[in-house]
Design a protein around this ligand. Structure first.
Ligand code: PEP
Ligand code: MG
Length: 612
């Protein structure tokens, strides 16, 4: 299928027009538009109930086969894409592949075929029903905040796989992106994630779409591919034709149609500045995370799914400071057994080539739910307030077989490189002791069976995510071998403000002095007991906040891989004395706003030392 272009309009050229869309991938581009249209599949008779189920099943299975093959071809392209791009695309393809396997979706479609429905209609109804279930789970409040974002993304995944199946059932082709002119700005009504995966980022200057939002996979893919992009620029297609000149600013969301020479000149300056910034961040990868006063810190990456690994390697992170192993239970009907888990950990540890990997045992409960666990009767359905109920280590200690399996899998894989094991949501020393007993017992059992595991066992540490853990950090640090401060939950529990609720978002402030005091207590306890202390919540990825955390005594940070270069830049510009001064002032501040203003002033003074 070729990219089709609309005919040029028969109307006079208008002047400069500005649109505002959602900025989803930073960077500025100037270029000519190329408009990609896609043929719609033929209409589907949704009412038919007289189809032969066996025939429709065969058609469905053929379409599934074609879809799997297409996804396979997309997967083969992974190696051609920049490393960051491989991350999003790889994980998304895995989600699609599972949906096409023996999934709830497939079972649902097949059940509808038994009622004589057309395969296209069954696919559309089932994917829509599952998408609706994600957006409004029955018997539960509608997802809010981060949960709502995840629900929308998941709903989008169902709809997308549905569209692919319907196209393959009806033989409607996809548009091709291989014929796009070099340096063009791709303009489309909407762009699916799989389309984004087909774009060669070295040839496309930017992407603008009429529809779409900032949190979907397409947005994430475009960011990972480093293509400046603005989505949801309403009114775009009515104004833009082939070769229309555009300026796209993926940082602000501005799209200028037919820019004046002044606008174009300003955009060229922005393009050059952005290129310089990227180059500089790229160079930082090989430099140490050293303060300007000489002290060397550790920057590691948080990993949520194995597909993010290439990005970790590219970021210059010195290992994985937090592997959220919840991904093991995502999109799956069954609990992964010891061998399956080992097979997942092993390549991760090997890939880090001697850099440490900190594996956190599953943190289920609260806002994180799993079909696989509910299926075997484990969940938080009964808790009045799930964030204060059975989650993290509490859940694992109630269902010890889960913990034993995971410990055993980690220990089996641990011969491949340095590993640390992390316990989530600890609120007292009893939980640490109970988990450590199980850990030691699993270790002994494996040794008895002749399995080669490290001696002594890999360090066992705890997350400091509850105010109780921070306040008792001196006691906990005597028995935990390392402490990892989870500022996301610590903020939630310290300020009694749900991290995912929009209506208390203004109260949820990780820079609140109450949170900072808990961080300080933890860092002090680690120092006294000679236990490493890291911060692995979102705060660690904020270049403004990290010098303050250094001043509070933290020497190790773990963050999303994409944040590592900017945090490193902030560290290399900071001096220990300044960090300590900031920390003293922040601990005495009255609220988070005061801390934020102080940090902004400090950063401004660093950048413009001559001012005021
Ligand atoms: C945290 O709470 O800060 C943390 C790192 O854990 P999660 O975000 O996975 O709850
Ligand atoms: Mg947490």
């Amino acid at each position: 299928m070729k990219t089709t272009e609309r005919r040029p309009p028969r109307r006079p050229r208008a002047g400069e027009v500005r649109l505002e869309g959602q900025p989803v991938s930073p960077g500025v581009a100037i270029g000519q538009a190329t408009v990609a249209h896609e043929p719609a599949p033929p209409p589907v008779d949704m009412a038919r109930r007289d189809c032969d189920p066996a025939h429709e099943r065969t058609r469905l299975h053929d379409a599934i086969g074609r879809s799997v093959a297409q996804l396979g071809r997309l997967h083969d392209r992974l190696a051609l894409l920049p490393e960051d791009g491989q991350v999003e695309i790889g994980s998304l393809l895995e989600v699609y592949r599972r949906m096409l396997g023996p999934s709830r979706l497939r079972r649902g479609i097949e059940a509808r075929l038994e009622h004589g429905m057309l395969a296209e209609a069954a696919v559309m109804q089932e994917t829509e029903a599952l998408a609706a279930l994600m957006l409004a789970p029955p018997g539960r409040p509608a997802p809010q905040g981060e949960d709502a974002v995840a629900a929308r993304r998941r709903a989008g995944e169902f709809r997308e796989i549905g569209r692919r199946l319907v196209r393959n059932l009806s033989g409607t082709p996809y548009r091709s992106f291989s014929t796009l002119p070099d340096g063009a700005i791709l303009v489309a009504e909407q762009l699916r994630p799989a389309d984004a995966a087909l774009i060669d980022p070295s040839r496309i200057a930017a992407v603008v779409t009429e529809e779409g939002g900032s949190t979907g996979h397409t947005a994430i893919l475009l960011r990972a591919l480093g293509i400046p992009a603005v989505l949801a620029a309403h009114g775009l297609l009515a104004q833009v034709r082939r070769r229309t000149r555009l300026v796209v600013d993926g940082t602000t969301g501005h799209v200028v149609i037919r820019p004046s020479s002044r606008t174009a000149a300003a955009a060229r300056v922005d393009v050059a500045a952005y290129a310089r910034e990227r180059q500089m961040l790229g160079r930082l990868r090989r430099l140490p995370a050293r303060l300007s006063s000489g002290e060397v810190l550790t920057l590691q990456a948080n990993l949520e799914i194995p597909a993010e690994l290439p990005m970790v390697a590219q970021s210059g992170a010195a290992g994985i400071g937090l592997l959220r192993s919840e991904f093991l239970f995502m999109n799956t009907d069954t609990l992964p057994d010891e061998a399956r888990q080992e097979a997942i950990y092993l390549p991760l540890i090997e890939a880090m080539a001697g850099d440490p990997v900190t594996i956190r045992v599953v943190d289920w409960g609260s806002e994180k739910n799993s079909d696989a666990l509910s299926r075997v009767g484990i969940g938080n359905g009964g808790d009045v307030n799930p964030a204060l109920g059975v989650r993290g280590i509490r859940l694992l200690l109630q269902h010890r077989a889960l913990l034993e399996t995971q410990f055993a899998a980690i220990l089996r894989a641990a011969h491949a490189g340095p590993v640390r094991v992390l316990l989530p949501m600890v609120s007292g020393v009893g939980e640490l002791r109970a988990a450590r007993d199980i850990y030691a017992r699993v270790g002994r059992r494996l040794r008895r069976r002749g399995v080669e595991i490290p001696d002594p066992l890999p360090p066992l540490g705890i997350m400091i995510e509850t105010p109780a853990a921070a306040l008792m950090a001196d006691v906990l640090a005597q028995e935990a071998e390392f402490l990892a401060i989870g500022t996301n939950d610590l903020t939630m529990y310290a300020l009694a403000a749900d991290r995912a609720a929009a209506d208390v978002a203004a109260l949820y402030d990780p820079l609140h002095p109450a949170v900072l005091r808990l961080v300080r207590m933890t860092a002090d306890a680690g120092l006294r007991q000679r236990r490493p202390v890291s911060v692995c919540g979102e705060l660690a990825s904020d270049p403004l906040a990290v010098p303050l955390l250094v001043g509070l005594g933290v020497r190790s940070f773990s963050m999303h891989a994409s944040a590592v270069p900017r945090v490193k830049r902030a560290i290399r510009a900071a001096a220990m004395d300044d960090c300590r001064r900031m920390a003293c002032r922040a601990l005495e501040a009255t609220d988070g706003e005061e801390v934020r203003t102080m940090l902004a002033t400090y950063t401004h003074d660093l950048r413009h030392p001559g001012d005021g």
